[in-house]
Design a protein around this ligand. Structure first.
Ligand code: C2E
Ligand code: C2E
Ligand code: C2E
Length: 91
């Protein structure tokens, strides 16, 4: 994309996230719950997170942001648009 193109928003599908087994999604489930608590945002079906939070989560999962993003897409937690956010980050 061009330099003027903003990165896509990272929007977690909280319903799908709650359905992923905790042995896989536990760290992300706890991270999302912390953000919800800090914002006082409890009733959403989705949660918009910061681009920086994906970097942090990649460290937590010991994976590159692009590999983690592919997992989240496979789980149905992020949509495929999120790939552009990682390309933006790693460009
Ligand atoms: P903070 O980072 O000092 O942000 C203070 C307030 O600025 C936030 O209160 C929110 O009203 C606003 N704000 C900051 N960045 C953004 C943004 O990118 N978009 C929008 N729409 N508003 C923004 P809020 O929401 O009550 O959050 C309180 C604190 O909770 C934040 O303090 C931050 O420490 C933490 N937090 C909330 N959401 C996130 C998140 O998605 N990621 C991270 N890393 N921390 C978050
Ligand atoms: P959008 O960003 O495309 O979000 C569409 C809808 O998804 C929101 O409708 C809300 O129902 C849900 N949603 C997205 N992120 C979150 C989240 O982190 N928590 C929760 N609980 N729900 C979320 P809503 O609230 O009627 O907002 C409509 C539009 O208004 C948003 O479209 C956005 O363009 C704007 N908007 C609302 N809040 C903010 C904000 O804090 N910052 C900015 N920049 N725009 C906002
Ligand atoms: P958004 O509110 O539409 O903000 C889009 C981008 O504008 C943010 O991307 C960030 O780069 C910048 N931005 C907006 N408000 C602030 C601010 O108060 N301080 C700073 N330093 N930058 C700001 P980012 O960080 O990737 O966040 C993506 C989306 O995640 C935000 O979209 C918002 O929906 C949500 N979000 C992030 N942090 C917070 C937060 O602290 N509180 C709330 N309620 N929502 C947040």
């Amino acid at each position: 994309g061009g330099a003027a193109e903003p990165p896509p928003k990272l929007v977690l599908d909280l319903e799908r996230l709650s359905q992923v087994p905790p042995e896989k999604a536990g760290p992300l489930q706890r991270y999302a719950a912390t953000i919800q608590s800090q914002r006082g945002d409890y009733n959403g079906k989705v949660l918009s997170i910061r681009q920086d939070d994906l970097r942090t989560l990649a460290v937590i999962y010991d994976q590159s942001p692009s590999v983690l993003t592919e997992h989240l897409i496979a789980w149905g937690v992020l949509d495929t648009d999120a790939r552009r956010a990682v390309q933006h980050e790693e460009a």
